[in-house]
Design a protein around this ligand. Structure first.
Ligand code: NJP
Length: 241
């Protein structure tokens, strides 16, 4: 209940809902994202000193390292890193939105790797830890338009399972949280207006609530230390693919 948990992408959606759920349960949190005002608004809902925050850009290795250092310095350890920051500017490959491909790779893959790089020495020294990453149903299935987004989420499957296998001896657990549609701000990163309108409508009408996904994160964290929930895949009941 009093675990020290670092969350990236904590300023909205799944990250915010998870931060609020875990903080209510007594966890000590360090929240990162670019929108510092949003992080501050979350932190001030809880007793002073329980929820810390720092402006963080996960595409900057030093910025992620500094977020993790804040947790280690203030709370003395890092029990859980939740790599949740992500972008989904989906488009068909023929639209050649190469800048958006690069941004997805930078945030969804490199951002996660920077998080792992920052916590791994700490967790190995502790001989204990838990790395959680928001993956996706898109880490299992691709559709026209999701090639690069799904590619980043498939990559996370490989990275997280590699981490799991390598760190069994150091008692480091890994969990991928793989949702289908969730009603968050994620559609706002889509620049094709028709695609954006379609996804926004679908997420608002049919998506899970961010709090539903937060429950899955808390479930994975709350298991006894010898139990590793390696993946939770959750869809709205109405979602077919
Ligand atoms: O979306 P949203 P979600 N550095 O937009 C942050 C996955 N997922 O909660 O920097 C640091 O509300 C951004 O913060 P800010 C998805 O792939 C979702 O849905 O202040 N942070 C915000 O806090 C992603 O991995 C659905 O703008 C950066 C957060 O990321 C995760 O869920 C379905 C950043 C995004 O919150 C959370 O997304 C699915 C950066 N450079 C998987 N760039 C879904 N919603 O349907 C962005 O399968 N952030």
């Amino acid at each position: 209940k009093d675990k020290v948990i670092v969350i990236t992408g904590a300023s909205s959606g799944i990250g915010q809902a998870t931060a609020e759920l875990l903080a209510k349960d007594g966890a000590k949190l360090v929240l990162g994202a670019r929108r510092e005002d949003r992080l501050k608004a979350i932190a001030t809902k809880f007793p002073a000193g329980q929820v810390l925050y720092q402006k963080t850009d996960v595409t900057d290795r030093q910025s992620v390292a500094s977020l993790v250092e804040l947790a280690k310095n203030q709370f003395g350890r890092v029990d859980v890193l939740y790599n949740n920051a992500g972008l989904m500017p989906i488009s068909e490959l023929s639209e050649l939105k190469v800048d958006e491909w690069e941004r997805m790779i930078d945030v969804n893959i490199k951002g996660v790797l920077y998080g792992i790089a920052a916590v791994l020495p700490i967790m190995i020294a502790q001989n204990q830890g838990h790395v959680i990453t928001t993956d996706s149903v898109a880490g299992h299935i691709v559709h026209p338009g999701t090639a690069v987004y799904a590619g980043t989420k498939y990559a996370i499957q490989a990275i997280m399972d590699g981490l799991r296998q390598e760190q069994v001896a150091h008692h480091i657990r890994t969990t991928m949280i793989s949702p289908g549609a969730v009603n968050t701000e994620l559609f706002s990163t889509i620049t094709n207006p028709q695609t954006r309108a379609r996804i926004e409508k679908d997420e608002k009408e049919n998506g899970l609530a961010a709090a539903d996904v937060a429950n899955a994160v808390a479930y994975a964290i709350d298991q006894p230390d010898n139990v590793a929930i390696n993946e939770v895949l959750l869809r709205p009941r109405s979602q077919k693919l």
